[in-house]
Each structure stands twice: as C-alpha cells, then as structure tokens.
Design a protein around this ligand. Structure first.
Ligand SMILES: *[C@@H]1O[C@H](CO)[C@@H](O)[C@H](O)[C@H]1NC(C)=O
Ligand SMILES: *[C@@H]1O[C@H](CO)[C@@H](O)[C@H](O)[C@H]1NC(C)=O
Ligand SMILES: *[C@@H]1O[C@H](CO)[C@@H](O)[C@H](O)[C@H]1NC(C)=O
Ligand SMILES: *[C@@H]1O[C@H](CO)[C@@H](O)[C@H](O)[C@H]1NC(C)=O
Ligand SMILES: *[C@@H]1O[C@H](CO)[C@@H](O)[C@H](O)[C@H]1NC(C)=O
Ligand SMILES: *[C@@H]1O[C@H](CO)[C@@H](O)[C@H](O)[C@H]1NC(C)=O
Ligand SMILES: *[C@@H]1O[C@H](CO)[C@@H](O)[C@H](O)[C@H]1NC(C)=O
Length: 309
C-alpha cells in the first residue's frame, strides 16, 4: 500500500492561544499506565539477571535523557543473564522530565511484573521494555497494546474509518523522515469531528522501517479503533494516539483538511484481540505473548499535563 502525499499547511497562530489555556486548566491526574509481562521466564531475586537489571536501571534513564532524541537502548551482562532494554520519551518531552520518568518506570515495572524476564510498560510520556531476548534487532510493531475509548463518534459511520486511515496515511511519512521520528497533527475536515493525533517511531529505525511499522498497525487500528472517539496503539517500535482534544505540547506540526478518498480493504483475521476494561490492566492477567491486546478506557481521563514528562 502506498502512502498518499500529505496535506501540509501552517497552523493558525490563534490555535496556540486556544490550546495553551486549555493545557493549563487540566488537572493533574494519576499517571495512566499499561504493562505487559511474560508468563514464563522468571528470574530469582538473588540472580545475576536481577543484578544486571539493576545496573541497567541506574544507567538507562541518564542515557536516554542525554540523547537528543530522548531514546536509549542497552545490553547488559552475558548469556544466560543478558538483559536487553529500550526506552523512549515522547517527542514533546524534555531531558529532565524524561530521566525522572524512566527511573520511575523501572521501579513500576519491577512491581508490575515481579520476577519476569520480559516486561514492558507504557505511559503517556514514555515507555520502557526489557527482555532476555534480543528484541532490539526487530523493526516490527511487536505485540501492540490497543487502548480503546469506548465512546463512538456520533458522525456518519461511513467516514469513521476514513478519519483514522487519513491520520495514519498523512502522518507516517512526515514522522518517519523527522529526526525524532515524531509528528503531531490536527485534522479538520468538513462536518466530521476535529481530531488530534501523535505518531512516533523509535528513533533508531530508518525512515523506511518506521513507515512499515505504521503500515503494520494500520489494519488493526482500523479494526479495533474505527469509529472510536480516541485510542492508542502502543508498540515496541512505533505507536500512535488520537483524541478529540489536544493532548500534546506545542502546535500540531501538520494540519489535515482533506479526507483520503477511500480506505483500502483490510484483513481483519490477522490478530485476535483481548479486551480489558481500563481500571483493570495492572491487576489483570497479562495478555498471551504475540497477541494483540485491546484495553478499554472511558473518556478523556488521561490527559497530557505539565507535571509529567
Ligand atoms: C539464590 O537463593 C536460593 C535460595 O534462597 C539458593 O538456592 C540459590 O543458590 C541462590 N542463587 C544464587 C545465585 O545465589
Ligand atoms: C551482570 O551482573 C553480574 C553479577 O552482579 C556482574 O558480575 C556482571 O559484571 C554484570 N554484567 C555487566 C556487563 O555489568
Ligand atoms: C459503539 O459502536 C459499536 C459498533 O457499532 C457498538 O457495538 C457499541 O455498543 C457502541 N458503543 C457505545 C458506547 O455506544
Ligand atoms: C473488519 O472489522 C471492522 C470493524 O469491526 C468492520 O467494520 C469491517 O467490516 C471488517 N472488515 C472485514 C473485511 O471483515
Ligand atoms: C492488511 O490487510 C491487507 C488486505 O487484506 C493485507 O494484504 C495486509 O497483509 C494486511 N497487513 C497486515 C500487517 O496484516
Ligand atoms: C489475511 O491474513 C491471513 C493471515 O495473515 C492470510 O493468510 C490471508 O491470506 C489474508 N487475506 C487477505 C485477503 O489478504
Ligand atoms: C520539562 O518538562 C516538565 C514537564 O512537562 C516541565 O515541568 C519542566 O519545566 C520542563 N523543563 C524544562 C527545562 O523545559
């Protein structure tokens, strides 16, 4: 499938004036988090694995914060106690916030996935994953989690899929070719709802692999998020989020004013989904590895706010 050329128009200056007061009004809320843990592959509390993991937790946050892309990978120890780790802070974050957030992410992950050798955690501002398997070499989306706002658009059902397709299709190239593999947009077309979207790849992906990663999530995004007022696809290599309200810092980098003329036929049979209500993910049984996970959240309860990175 080919990505269509994107519509690239400057944003109106008034948008900054409208968005900024909105952001200041947001009340800080408990940080939303979603995690996934391996079922098998346990380590012992006194093992070399945990020693290497602990070394990683003291070095990776600084390494990410000192990178211009707020991204870091690391490999610690030797087989069979080798640990691979990857962390990324969102493209609109900054170094100091990133370092403290990734430090907390390590602590959270040890609590959320006790004694698990493979674990990942996602927050609005950053993600962290470690494993005893070398996932750093892969370029695909890798066991994405789907976070679904259960509210439907009230708009014409025919265009709900086109809205999502238009977002991913218009933004993939721009994100893939930017230094941080990151972009944001605002979509305003006709009478359909205004949408805000953020897409980012791991900055170590070459542009081509970044675009492929977004193509990989396209089918399941249309299948699981089509018609929904908001959602996130959280993957190890790339992710996207869209909402009906602004949730990122700064003006949208892209303004989209035309809908894609049609949505390609999608293949729904690729990956089964598991659905979790939002209040349960940290307590619920971890999803089976290699499956797509759909989790629910009700309404815009987890907004970007200035207190977090
Ligand atoms: C870890 O502790 C267990 C029991 O407490 C012991 O059997 C094992 O030998 C210890 N392993 C190491 C590497 O110290
Ligand atoms: C991994 O942990 C072991 C046990 O503490 C330590 O001997 C080893 O040096 C660590 N590996 C690295 C690369 O630091
Ligand atoms: C949203 O739409 C889906 C599919 O049409 C439907 O099954 C679901 O009940 C709707 N949800 C709400 C909250 O209206
Ligand atoms: C795929 O799933 C979506 C949403 O459930 C549905 O609207 C669409 O018709 C399905 N497509 C096919 C080819 O089954
Ligand atoms: C998406 O669906 C199309 C059409 O069925 C299919 O050719 C393609 O392989 C699917 N992509 C993925 C990543 O599943
Ligand atoms: C849908 O995906 C399945 C599994 O990836 C594949 O076997 C099948 O050929 C695909 N169908 C279409 C129409 O692309
Ligand atoms: C970094 O981001 C945090 C959270 O958004 C903010 O509180 C802080 O002032 C920022 N620091 C700098 C140096 O911009």
């Amino acid at each position: 499938m080919k990505f269509l050329p994107s519509v690239h128009l400057p944003c109106h200056p008034w948008m900054a004036m409208v968005i900024l007061p909105l952001l200041l009004l947001l009340v800080p809320l408990a940080a939303a988090q979603w995690s996934s843990c391996s079922k098998s592959d346990d380590y012992k509390s006194n093992s070399t694995y945990v020693a290497n993991l602990s070394l990683l937790s003291s070095t990776l946050p600084k390494k990410a914060a000192s990178s211009t892309t707020l991204f870091a990978t690391s490999i610690m120890g030797n087989f069979p106690d080798i640990v691979y780790a990857l962390t990324l802070c969102r493209g609109d974050s900054n170094a100091s916030a990133c370092e403290s957030r990734v430090t907390t992410a390590f602590q959270d992950l040890l609590r959320l996935c006790p004694y698990k050798k493979n674990a990942a955690v996602y927050y609005d501002p950053c993600m962290l994953k470690f494993s005893n398997k070398n996932f750093l070499a892969t370029t695909t989306v890798n066991d994405p989690l789907f976070i679904v706002n259960t509210k439907n658009f009230t708009t014409n059902a025919d265009i709900t899929q086109r809205l999502l397709f238009t977002l991913i299709n218009s933004m993939a190239q721009l994100a893939a070719n930017s230094l941080r593999r990151f972009t944001t947009s605002r979509l305003d077309v006709g009478s359909s709802p205004t949408l805000y979207c953020l897409m980012q790849c791991m900055p170590d992906l070459i542009p081509h692999d970044c675009e492929s990663c977004f193509q990989d999530i396209l089918n399941s995004t249309l299948e699981y998020l089509g018609g929904k007022q908001g959602g996130r696809v959280l993957g190890t290599r790339c992710y996207m989020r869209y909402e009906m309200y602004p949730f990122f810092q700064g003006d949208p980098k892209l303004r989209i004013i035309n809908l894609a003329p049609h949505v390609p036929t999608i293949n729904n049979t690729t990956t089964p989904a598991t659905v979790y209500p939002q209040s349960q993910p940290p307590d619920a049984a971890p999803p089976p590895e290699g499956k797509v996970t759909v989790q629910e959240h009700n309404g815009p309860t987890t907004r970007w706010n200035g207190d977090c990175c």
